[in-house]
Design a protein around this ligand. Structure first.
Ligand code: ADP
Ligand code: MG
Length: 729
């Protein structure tokens, strides 16, 4: 029996994994995290203070202290039954990486002991040769090291075999260039902090720190594990390269409003429990639009912690799914013809005085501060939309962006009716001749109107890639499998740069003798005028918008290899270098790594398409073709008239046609791949893979294979069908 029918059979016998009644969240929350509170219990006063000031004020921890802290962490971990530790980091491959070491060691005289020294906490040298470095680190040297990031607390991962102490680290080359997602993110957050504090100080001298905040929304699909195992394409690429859409899809929208299926519900509760122990503050769970699609979202946190938590969550979701004989699909487009998955990044900035800088305030002064940050964000997105676009570019996200149920590849900003009016008023009423009375009028006006703008007032435009939603912006073009750090590094850097310029512009006017608040209003007005073409309130999915955007001169870069160009322009280099986020060689290296990832992903998809066509699809189709041919021959020999087997003949013709087309196109695709593989320039090769392999063959081959799926005897078809993967559980 084929894997497909085995899987369906197993499902029918349905074993549901039992989960314990959900424990009280507050009772377990953060129990696997070495938080400052835990540190208080396990560290001396001295060590605790050192750790605390390192977290709060980025101060260095000296060696003796590191030893003490390491000992404390080990004592805590051992008290929880942990014997191994690992430096945990987020390499550019897109998953998380670990290399486990044991506390166990032998002393000089052979006595076995368990120890964890400061050195082991602070720095490790994983064999890094297999992680992408974009040429930054010659492979023969293979030296990169992981360095402890005290701003992110150690935690215990206890899913699967054993329990492991994980030390969050950054990953850098021996010469100091960053090789991971985390190191540049921390630098971008630092740049934003400095620039934003400067601007805040126009309004409030007490602000000394600005922390960007992130609340992500993780979309995902869940399918049965045996069905998953019968789809080599899902195993290899995370998406189905073939599969005819099922008779019923998402058109009834019954999944979105339906209750969560019992088996998935058990899985959710289980991974939520694990997440709570790790301090991930998940709060919402619900069905999504497509069948078998779901979403979860946490309470927002500061960006660096939120990024770690998302990476950790994706890992936890995959591990826990296996306990339930399920598989979670984090790919942006696992199934053609139905919604893909995104990871909306809700982003704002908070001051250490407790103000959300993107929430309209209650007084004229705080409203002006809100307006400054609001308009600077729009300006940042306008000026650097190419960099934002590049930050979300990936092979899987190409399947989603611009498809008709995802934001387009055009970056625009939605702000809602109300703020559109406010900006219009500022544009019209802030004039050169504006005097004191105008100024106060304007302020009062804004003051009266903005507080009315509560969250439900910002219309729910779901089609915008970058939308203001009342007290935060929501960057919706981020892909479901992406590491949020990439988008967050870009967004916080462009914001830092824009705020720095804003400060210069305002100071310039003040030096010319303008009153501070008037200088601010004038600069805000100037920024509104300079960036208004990026504002769009209409249907982002429509063809009309694509045309309108083109008229406005907004870029619409549809493919990853071209979108990535924006990372290595002079503009990008000066942006990232002047904010100390990436130097030139780091940018070049990242560009190279992203292109290589793209090439590999398309190459793997292309190979699996070829292999499935040749070893799964064609044999089944040919067997059925034979059956029909024999049938016709038999009827003919029995002396029946032509009309009596006309239908069989017709089916036979169709099948034969699709068989020969499939086989022909697969051959040609293989030839095209060979040509690409001989190209030496990475960018040229990536573009060739996209245009000569993916765009030239994927859809065409799929068309014929999907036709065959409909024609061939169901019993002969070995790949689980869409209706089975999406509706059986
Ligand atoms: P929706 O689906 O309507 O967008 P959700 O409740 O699913 O709403 O998600 C909203 C997300 O926005 C949550 O993750 C929440 O934590 C986050 N969020 C709310 N306020 C802020 C903020 N100030 N900064 C960052 N994220 C925020
Ligand atoms: Mg949202």
């Amino acid at each position: 029996m084929s894997l497909r029918f085995n899987a369906i059979n197993n499902l029918a016998n349905g074993a549901e994994t039992k989960v314990d009644a959900s424990p009280k969240i507050t009772g377990i929350f953060g129990s696997n995290v070495f938080s400052l509170k835990t540190a208080r219990e396990f560290l001396s006063d001295e060590a605790y203070k050192s750790l605390q000031s390192s977290i709060k004020a980025s101060q260095k921890i000296d060696r003796a202290m590191a030893n003490q802290i390491a000992n404390g962490i080990r004592a805590w971990a051992e008290s929880r039954g942990v014997s191994h530790f690992t430096h945990w980091f987020q390499p550019l491959t897109g998953t998380t990486a670990e290399k486990h070491d044991s506390f166990f060691t032998l002393k000089g005289d052979g006595t076995p002991i368990e120890q964890f020294e400061g050195d082991a906490l602070v720095q490790q040298e994983p064999d890094a040769s297999s992680f992408p470095s974009g040429g930054l680190r010659a492979t023969f040297e293979a030296r990169g090291y992981t360095a402890w990031d005290p701003s992110s607390p150690p935690f215990i991962m206890e899913i699967g075999n054993g329990k492991t102490l994980c030390i969050p680290t950054i990953f850098v080359s021996y010469t100091g260039e960053s090789l991971d997602y985390k190191a540049p993110l921390l630098k971008a957050l630092d740049a934003l902090n400095k620039a934003a504090v400067d601007v805040c100080n126009y309004f409030d001298k007490n602000v000394t720190r600005v922390t960007p905040t992130l609340g992500w929304e993780q979309e995902y699909f869940v399918i049965d594990e045996s069905l998953f195992n019968a789809r080599p394409d899902l195993i290899m690429t995370g998406r189905t390269v073939y599969g005819h859409s099922s008779a019923k899809n998402q058109q009834l929208e019954d999944h979105y409003f339906g209750s969560i299926p019992e088996r998935v519900y058990a899985y959710m509760r289980d991974f939520e429990t694990e997440s709570y122990k790790l301090g991930i503050p998940l709060r919402t769970r619900h069905n999504e639009v497509a069948p078998a699609q779901f979403e979860c979202a946490p309470i927002f946190e500061e960006v660096s912690v939120a990024v770690d938590h998302n990476s950790l969550l994706m890992d936890v979701m995959e591990r826990v799914a296996r306990r339930h004989n399920l598989r979670v699909l984090l790919h942006e487009k696992p199934f053609a013809g139905i919604n893909g998955s995104g990871k909306h990044n809700n982003w704002s900035m908070a001051t250490d005085t407790g103000v959300n800088l993107l929430a309209p305030g209650k007084t004229p002064k705080t409203n002006l501060m809100f307006l400054a940050f609001f308009v600077n964000t729009i300006k940042a997105v306008h000026d650097y939309s190419d960099i934002l676009r590049a930050s979300i570019a990936s092979a899987p996200n190409d399947h989603r962006l611009g498809a008709n149920e995802a934001p387009p590849a055009i970056i625009s900003v939605f702000i809602g009716d109300y703020l559109t009016k406010v900006l219009k008023a500022i544009k019209e009423r802030v004039t050169e001749k504006m005097d004191e009375t105008d100024e106060s009028m304007l302020k009062i006006d804004i003051h009266r109107s903005i507080p009315e703008l509560l969250m439900d007032n910002t219309d729910r435009n779901r089609t915008s890639p970058f939308a203001f939603t009342g007290n935060k912006f929501e960057f919706r073009a981020v892909g479901s499998s992406a590491n949020c750090a990439h988008a967050m590094t870009a967004l916080n850097t462009i914001m830092a740069q824009t705020l720095k310029q804003f400060k210069k512009d305002v100071d310039g006017l003040i030096e010319k003798g303008e009153k501070k608040e008037i200088a601010i209003m004038h600069t805000i007005r100037e920024y509104i005028v300079a960036s208004e073409k990026v504002l769009f309130e209409g249907d982002g999915y429509s063809e009309a918008w694509a045309q309108e955007a083109e008229k406005r001169g907004l870029p619409n870069v549809k493919t990853t290899p071209l979108a990535l160009d924006a990372m290595v322009t002079e503009k990008a280099k000066s942006l990232f270098e002047s904010n100390h986020v990436y130097n030139h060689s780091e940018l070049e290296a990242r560009h190279e790594i992203e292109l290589e990832k793209y090439i590999k992903k398309v190459q793997i998809e292309s190979r699996i398409m070829g292999e499935l066509a040749t070893s799964h699809v064609l044999p089944a189709a040919i067997r059925y073709q034979n059956l029909l041919a024999n049938n016709i021959r038999g009827l003919k020999e029995a002396g029946l008239k032509d009309e009596s087997y006309a239908n069989q003949k017709q089916i036979l013709e169709k099948i034969s046609e699709h068989i020969s087309k499939t086989s022909d196109l697969v051959e040609k695709m293989i030839e095209a791949r060979k040509i690409c593989n001989n190209m030496s320039d990475t960018r040229t090769k990536a573009i060739a893979y996209q245009s000569q392999v993916k765009d030239s063959y994927f859809d065409d081959i799929r068309y014929h294979v999907d036709k065959l799926e409909l024609l061939v005897d169901d019993r002969e078809w070995y790949l689980p069908k869409y209706r089975e993967m999406l509706f059986l559980r």
